[in-house]
Design a protein around this ligand. Structure first.
Ligand code: HEM
Length: 177
């Protein structure tokens, strides 16, 4: 239960902060979310997690000696890898720094290399909450967008803490007409 509480709150909370930040900077995407296009909302959530993966650094311990590309890793080594770096690599995604939810349209998503999306980790130890978190993000986004607008006040910077958070994110809440 403690693991669920810690693994499932700050991650989703920060992802939602980045989602509203991204929508605030992309009025066309915001309008499409407000129109109630649920498939688009799913793509917005995934694109937010690609650009701003809350766990920006994930680790693994090597059990047996391993040759990884040019590197020989002895058993017991700790390997850190960054979903943030992988997901902003132009080798994996065209125009990698651009917020483009439609890159997750099925025909375009199929072009992304395998394991180029690591926001929920990968392999047997990956996030057990992935399905719940994506459903939660889509539900909260649609529910808020139906009645409210979150308008950015000033900009923010990425802050790499235990998770990737906005340094400061001020938004004005407006009721939709
Ligand atoms: C946007 C939200 C979330 C993100 C980005 C996220 C991401 C991650 C990542 C990257 C890992 C490590 C995976 C690995 O090492 O390969 C992880 C592990 C885990 N997550 Fe999530 N998570 C999210 C939400 C949640 C939620 C909502 C829950 C529970 C309800 C949850 C429960 C867990 C648990 C229990 C683990 C540890 C799994 C293990 O060690 O076997 N996560 N998560």
């Amino acid at each position: 239960m403690v693991n669920f509480l810690f693994a499932g709150t700050e991650t989703t909370g920060n992802a939602m902060a980045w989602l509203w930040h991204a929508l605030g900077a992309h009025p066309d995407a915001e309008r499409q979310v407000q129109a109630g296009d649920s498939a688009f909302v799913d793509r917005v959530a995934r694109e937010t997690l690609r650009l701003y993966p809350p766990p920006w650094l994930v680790s693994r311990r090597v059990r047996e000696p391993l040759q990884l590309g040019a590197y020989e890793l002895p058993a017991g080594s700790q390997v850190l890898f960054s979903p943030y770096a992988v997901q902003r690599d132009p080798a994996s995604y065209a125009d990698a720094d651009r917020f483009d939810p439609d890159r997750w349209l099925p025909e375009r998503a199929a072009q992304a290399p395998r394991h180029a999306f690591l926001s929920f980790g990968a392999g047997p130890q990956n996030c057990v909450g992935e399905g719940f978190a994506t459903l939660e993000m889509a539900t909260v986004t649609s529910t808020i967008a139906a009645q409210w607008r979150l308008v950015p006040v000033g900009d923010t910077k990425e802050k790499a803490s235990a998770t990737l958070l906005p340094s400061r994110l001020q938004m004005r809440v407006e009721r939709r007409a």
